[in-house]
Structures are given as structure tokens and as C-alpha cells.
Design a protein. Sequence first.
Length: 189
Amino acid sequence: NVYAVSLSNGRELWSYPTGGVVAGRPLLLNNMVIAGSFDKKLYALDVSDGRLLWTFEADNWFWAGATTNGQTIFAPNMDGNIYALDLEGDLEWTHNVGSSIVSSPVLVPRGLVVVNKLGKLSVLDTSSNVDSQRELFVLTLGDAEVKAPLFAEGESVYVGSQDSTVRRVELKGGPVVLWCRHTKDGRCN
């Protein structure tokens, strides 16, 4: 279920049942709650009453939360695709990054940053209508799985991975790892 609760007293305002687990953080946009589910659907619910506005179905689970630039919803999926949807839930474009996406993407001035589960970081041009020109840059971050949500500040993206490493990737001029920190022994690969 997706639940709306009062912040002042915790009382349930409404709930909406999905056909699977809701693992990613819901997105609030234009009086909508956008939430993905393990039933392979992305749901748009009315923020005031939980009424279903639209759904979009993919080939696999929506594990990570979606992000937006205010006009387009970018929804990562376990099938390896980023789905770009308009505010009515209609597909604008899709781009495959090679393996499952369980880490929420982020927007930076250069575009949309997506890291697949195997550590491939892609910077996508969100304005391009040609899929072959969508991928601006690619950087492989090593052998560790990436499951944590990304964090961006300016032209830098911070990526945490399952090997206890945090990396700062600078995107200005092309992706380069500025530093990395292994949380157990301080060394990075």
C-alpha cells in the first residue's frame, strides 16, 4: 500500500493498495504522489484523497524512487530502463543502461545521472529525442553493486556502493572520480 498520514498526529488520511511491495521513496509532483511497486507498475495518485490518476506498466519491478524536472518523470526500473513519462503518464522515451536499476537517479545541470546495479554511471541528455544520442557520458565505478540513492550537489554526484565505498564523481567536462573513501579501511580501488 501507499499511505498518506497526517504529519501532526500520524493519523492515516488515505491508503491505496498496489499489487506488490513499494520499496522506493514516493515522488510528490503537482498534487500527485508517484510511487512504483513490485507489481511492475508506476502509480500516480491524487495527493488529497489517494484516487488513482494513472498507471504505467513496465517489464519488471519499480524498486528505486522516480525523480522529476517538473515536466517529465524519470522512473528507473529493474529491467534496466529509465522510463521518461509526461505528467499524464504517457511514455516520452526510454533508455536502457545495461542492468537493473535499484538506485534512485538524480538531475544535475548536464542531465540525468543513473547508476545501474553493476556500477555503470550514465549521464543522459533528457532533452534529446534520439536515443542513440541520449547517453552523454559513461563511467564504470568498479565491481561493487550500487543500491543506495544518489546525491547531487552542483556538478558532483555522490555514489555509495555495497563494497563500503563512497565516491565523488565530478561531471563538469565529463565524469571523473575526484575522490573515494572506503568506510572500513580508508582505501579505494
